[in-house]
Each structure stands twice: as structure tokens, then as C-alpha cells.
Design a protein around this ligand. Structure first.
Ligand SMILES: [Zn+2]
Length: 99
């Protein structure tokens, strides 16, 4: 399973991607990032502290962990952001559902 963000990053890194494709990726990714940054600001306003997950820890188990990698509410794949422990300690939700 992968997220839209992961797909867009992969396309942007493709050296064979056309200028038109890169412009579409930029437009989509900019909108996604703007929403994520605004949601993060709101969560910080409510007292949540951001924490960066080291990439080596992210895949330490080597297996897909549905509790950490999917939103408990909407089942969306969590790639750039997740909020842990909102409803249950080891489960994650997306920024939108954390608000
Ligand atoms: Zn969600």
C-alpha cells in the first residue's frame, strides 16, 4: 500500500517525467502540503508536539503495520504525517481526524 504523497514524490524523482507531469505533481503536492502544514499548526495550537520519525525506525519491523501506517478512522495511508495515541495508544490517525 502506498499513499498519494508517496506516488507524487516518486513521479517527481523520475528523471524521465515530462515537464507537464512535473507541473501537475507540483500543483497537487503543493495543495497537499499546504493542508498538512495548516493542520499541523492547528494541532500544535492544541498542544500536540511534533516529532520527526527517523527513517531507519520507520521501517524497522520491515512489515506493514496497519496500526501505525493507516488512519484508524478513514484507513488512508499515512506517509508524511500521523498522530499516534488519539484514541488508542498504538494506533494512528491522519491529521484531519486528529483535529
Ligand atoms: Zn483519517
Amino acid at each position: 500500500m502506498f499513499s498519494l504523497e508517496q506516488l507524487l514524490i516518486s513521479v517527481a524523482r523520475d528523471p524521465n517525467a515530462s515537464l507537464t507531469m512535473l507541473q501537475l505533481v507540483h500543483e497537487s503536492f503543493s495543495a497537499i502540503l499546504s493542508e498538512k502544514l495548516e493542520n499541523r499548526r492547528q494541532l500544535e495550537f492544541h498542544g500536540l508536539k511534533p516529532r520527526v520519525i527517523q527513517s531507519e525506525k520507520r521501517n524497522a519491523a520491515g512489515a506493514w503495520n496497519v496500526h501505525e501506517n493507516e488512519c484508524e478512522i478513514c484507513q488512508s495511508t499515512l506517509y508524511l504525517s500521523r498522530v499516534k495515541g488519539v484514541f488508542r495508544k498504538k494506533y494512528s490517525v491522519c491529521l484531519r481526524h486528529a483535529l
